[in-house]
Design a protein around this ligand. Structure first.
Ligand SMILES: [Zn+2]
Length: 213
């Protein structure tokens, strides 16, 4: 049986605003200790074995304090999740999102940053030596923050930078990825930036991008 309240591939729900509303309801269930742990049964896995049809792609930080399926009370087949340090626009994350948009036809991309992000913090540590790969990742974060008007020389800017990084990545994905930009402009994809406060737990839902190029 398909419950109408869950993010679910089987309902044909295509209005991205309604899909975001379902994400919010899932988070409310978690917040209020009313989790249902949906879509975890053997029947669900059997249903999905032939293919996935998620409606939501979610780019979040790899941080262990951001367990996305847990906080949205979601299960098998519900969320197409991409995570990396700092929920950053990289070739890997952009390519994965393009796959979700073009092949899976997701209609919502949630880009979620969080309180106390270590990757964003690293962008403020200019004297530290990192490995080559990490240097490239942090350099991407630094240029995003700087072009968004956030000074990486000002440590006081760090808490706000954690919030803004969801918006920065969302904009950057639209600027650098033609398929993502086109999908947003044609209202096939709504990009919803959000910020996760870990303690006390809440989500700030920031202004979405929809129908803009
Ligand atoms: Zn982080």
């Amino acid at each position: 049986m398909i419950e109408p309240d869950y993010i679910d591939s089987g309902q044909g729900l295509t209005n991205p605003h309604e899909i975001v509303a379902e994400l919010k309801r899932g988070f409310d269930r978690f917040l209020n200790n009313r989790t249902h742990h949906p879509h975890a049964t053997q029947a669900r896995r059997h249903q999905l074995a032939g293919g996935q049809h998620p409606q939501v792609a979610l780019l979040a930080c790899s941080d262990s304090r951001v367990p996305v399926e847990v906080i949205f009370d979601a299960g098998f087949g519900d969320l197409f999740v991409i995570r990396n340090a700092g929920n950053t626009n990289t070739f890997g994350s952009a390519g994965s999102i393009e796959y979700a948009v073009l092949d899976l036809n997701v209609s919502v991309l949630l880009v979620m940053s969080h309180q106390g992000c270590g990757a964003v913090k690293a962008a403020f540590l200019k004297d530290q030596v990192f490995s080559a790969s990490l240097t490239e990742l942090i350099s991407d974060i630094q240029s995003g923050l700087t072009s968004h008007g956030i000074s990486i020389d000002d440590d006081q800017a760090y808490p706000d930078a954690c919030i803004q990084h969801a918006i920065i990545t969302a904009k950057s994905l639209m600027e650098t990825s033609e398929p993502i930009r086109t999908a947003v402009a044609e209202k096939k994809l709504l990009i919803q930036p959000a910020f996760l406060q870990i303690d006390p737990l809440y989500i700030s839902w920031l202004d979405p991008f929809y129908g803009v190029s």
